[in-house]
Design a protein around this ligand. Structure first.
Ligand code: SF4
Ligand code: SF4
Length: 446
């Protein structure tokens, strides 16, 4: 990861020359807005996350997090126009001072809070926001996948991320160290569990008076050259770099303000839970009536398990299973793997290891076979008292062993035997296999 100074220099198009950072407040003194045009953000917020009344005042006041807020132009104008609460963070103290002054000038200092800090660290301490603005600060987190994965944990379920970014048309062969083709940008959004829902595209000149901006920067750099002749190449390079950046923005790149939302979360395979339980082998999954569980994340799951911390956590991270999480196995696993609930959790970690080694498809195929075998046992070999036993046995024994037992079951048992006898023999055969494998076929309730 870049140092804070490197990421500031990159975000400010300074080719990562950190020596320029102390001079940025002077060079950029003529600008208030340093990136995303506030007017566009206001329109996008009105469209996507506000209920706007007939008097043009919103009936919702979303909480906005403005990362790399610069001098607060977006937050202050948003607060003034939409009466929303804004929290801006920027690494340059002079920018934050200006942001606070502007908030007072616009009469929104009670709605806006500005702080100096490294957004990559500060974000970890924060709660969730309805809107996260991440304007022209892409390089701070290395890439958009990393940025959005971190940010989506601080976004409410219906929240939006607003990004100002320039990208290259996919057919353009122009090369720039920080600017990606559109398809690469969209792919990073997608991988981070986000989808693009709106976009205001325009040539950069529609957003700003480029000639005036270049002129102001050049004047300030020339003043610094006179004041610090020993650093004149630093200012010269910065000014030249800005000219070529503006030129590329005007002629090669597409400037856009994009709105992203979390993709809808839906688990695709409720037979295996987010935390690694084999729901398809759980007695509650094989129950009829009101207490039937549809499996983790299945239809109406939340009415059976209104508050599952693990599932909510996976949902926030847009992952289906904990083993896909960078923090796995986190503290939620401490203790929970020694005490069984409706089903055994003895093999949760081991089963996730199998998936990591052999792949999810193979694991699911084996689990499907086990579920089928269990259905057969419950239908044809259960005298009414053996459901839990068969669920545990099929769950804890390896598939090959389960199949071997079933081969004996069909050899030894005539279909015409009374159910009580069939049940007893099937249980004995499973118990013999479990003893051979040193597997205890009981739930651990303590
Ligand atoms: S009760 Fe738990 S383990 Fe059983 S099916 Fe439901 S979610 Fe899965
Ligand atoms: S491993 Fe822990 S932190 Fe990661 S998704 Fe699962 S519960 Fe959440």
């Amino acid at each position: 990861m870049k140092t804070l100074e490197e990421s500031i220099a990159a975000a400010m198009d300074a080719q990562q020359d950190v020596a320029i950072i102390p001079f940025l407040p002077y060079i950029l003194q003529d600008f208030w807005g340093l990136g995303t045009p506030a007017e566009i953000v206001i329109k996008l917020m009105q469209k996507h996350c506000m209920v706007v009344g007939t008097n043009n005042h919103s009936s919702l006041q979303p909480c906005v997090l403005d990362l790399g807020c610069g001098k607060g132009a977006v937050s202050v104008k948003l607060a003034a126009a939409l009466k929303c609460n804004c929290y801006g963070i920027d690494a340059i103290p002079e920018f934050i001072e200006t942001a606070k002054e502007k908030a007072q000038e616009y009469g929104v200092d009670t709605l806006c809070r500005f702080e100096v800090g490294d957004v990559r660290k500060k974000i970890e301490e924060l709660d969730r926001f309805d809107v996260i603005i991440f304007g022209a600060t892409g390089p701070i987190f290395d890439d958009y996948y990393t940025a959005l994965t971190a940010l989506s944990q601080h976004l409410t379920d219906k929240g939006i991320v607003i990004i100002e970014e320039a990208y290259m048309d996919d057919t353009n062969t122009f090369q720039h160290p920080l600017i990606m083709p559109r398809r690469e940008l969209l792919s990073q959004f997608q991988q981070a569990g986000m989808k693009l829902i709106d976009e205001t595209v325009g040539n950069y000149s529609e957003f700003a008076d480029i000639a005036k901006e270049v002129e102001n920067i050049t004047i300030r750099c020339n003043e610094l050259k006179t004041k610090y002749p020993e650093k004149s190449s630093l200012f010269e390079n910065y000014a030249q770099n800005q000219v070529s950046e503006y030129d590329a923005l005007e002629n090669e790149m597409i400037g856009a303000v994009m709105v992203l939302k979390k993709k809808d979360y839906q688990r695709t395979y409720p037979l295996l839970s987010a935390c690694g339980l084999n729901c398809g082998l759980c007695p509650r999954y094989h129950t009829n009536g009101a207490s039937k569980c549809p499996g983790c994340g299945g239809e109406d799951f939340l009415t059976k398990h209104p508050s599952c911390g693990v599932l909510s956590c996976c949902r926030r991270r847009m992952i289906e299973y904990c083993y896909e999480c960078g923090e796995y196995p986190c503290k939620k696993y401490n203790g929970s793997i020694t005490r069984d609930s409706f089903t055994t959790c003895r093999n949760m970690l081991k089963d996730f290891e199998k998936i990591k080694t052999h792949g999810l498809t193979i694991y699911q195929s084996e689990l499907n076979q086990k579920v089928q075998i269990l259905c057969d046992l419950l239908e044809n070999y259960n005298d009414g008292r053996r459901k839990n036993f068969f669920c545990i046995a099929v769950n804890l024994l390896e598939l090959e062993d389960v199949k071997e037992v079933m081969a004996h079951v069909s050899q030894e048992l005539s279909p015409n035997l009374p159910i009580k006898e069939k049940s007893m023999i099937a249980v004995r055969l499973f118990q013999t296999m479990a003893d051979k494998r040193d597997v205890v076929l009981k739930l651990h309730k303590k």
